[in-house]
Design a protein around this ligand. Structure first.
Ligand SMILES: [Ca+2]
Ligand SMILES: [Ca+2]
Length: 297
């Protein structure tokens, strides 16, 4: 199976996406057991055409028949070509046109991906990023120096764009054929993940009682429409967890009952309130703590 990205397909899908989904950008966020949060992932095995296009040149998705000869994982990867030589010259950008919100800087957000490459002289690739109003900017080192000879792991820090809505792209440049040799089999990409590591103790084991009262920062934050609030109590007691607006008006009571010692996660849904800053307050015994959160519609 071999599929081609072309600019004409891309604009169709781009228009489709904007008409149907904007301004309600959907960002899928879930947690893995280790506390890793993942905003999205692409392994090229599914319906990738919904999310990707090319602004020039040609990228393909399928099973490599040259280069590495096999995708990093599964059947498919994306590549400047899947068989034979890439063309020179070319400036080609493989773009994920579906934008996403970069996780908070405290989560150490990264683009992680696997890549294999074999380039001719003076040809290179890099990862790029773009905000809705900005231009494409390089955020990785240039991948050059001819070849990897194996699938390699890439991890690019995107914390400078924390909480911003961005797109990413894989940019490939080749100059004209030159003295040192012909073109080669190109750049292959697989298993892209946008991830963050939450540096708090997210993985809660209910069988181990916490040793202190704790109210954690909600996640995600800012949020729309719902967010999770985690808290711990080291002993049984009456617990209240309430949400207030900036004027001190109570807008929700999330917990108001006796609770055994343990760690808890409460979901707060803001679909009934307006955008703005809110506070949530945990009261348990003599322990009181208040934290701020931001609801952005
Ligand atoms: Ca794959
Ligand atoms: Ca070249």
């Amino acid at each position: 199976m071999k599929s081609f990205f072309t600019p004409s397909i891309s604009s169709e899908f781009s228009v489709f996406w904007h008409k149907v989904f904007f301004p309600c950008t959907i960002v899928l966020v879930f947690f893995t057991q280790s506390g890793l949060s993942q905003t999205w992932t692409e392994d090229w095995e599914g319906n990738w055409i919904v999310d990707w296009h090319v602004d020039a040149g040609t990228w393909q998705v399928g099973t490599p028949t040259s280069g590495p000869g096999i995708a990093y994982n599964g059947q498919n990867c994306a590549a400047t070509v899947l068989a034979g030589n890439y063309s020179e010259p070319v400036n080609s950008r493989l773009i994920r046109h579906t934008s996403f919100v970069v996780p908070a800087a405290s989560e150490n957000p990264r683009i992680r991906f696997w890549y294999w490459f074999s380039f001719a002289a003076d040809d290179w690739g890099e990862v790029q990023i773009k905000t809705s109003t900005g231009a494409w900017e390089s955020i990785s080192n240039r991948i050059d120096n001819y070849g990897s000879n194996a699938w390699s792991y890439g991890s690019v820090d995107i914390s400078a764009y924390a909480d911003s809505t961005v797109q990413i792209a894989f940019y490939f440049y080749s100059d004209l054929h030159n003295y040192y040799g012909d073109v080669s089999s190109g750049w292959y990409i697989d298993e892209i993940n946008i991830v963050g590591y939450i540096p708090t103790n997210i993985s809660v084991n209910q069988s181990i009682y916490p040793d202190k009262f704790l109210l954690q920062q909600n996640y995600p934050n800012p949020f729309n429409p719902s967010t999770n609030i985690k808290y711990s109590i080291p002993e049984m007691g009456f617990v209240t967890l309430k949400v207030f607006d900036v004027l001190g008006n109570e807008v929700a009571t999330l917990v108001n009952e006796e609770k055994p010692a343990g760690s808890y996660v409460i979901e707060f849904n803001g679909s009934e309130i307006t955008s703005g800053i809110y506070f949530y307050k945990l009261q348990a015994g003599n322990f009181v703590e208040i934290k701020k959160m931001i609801f952005l519609k």
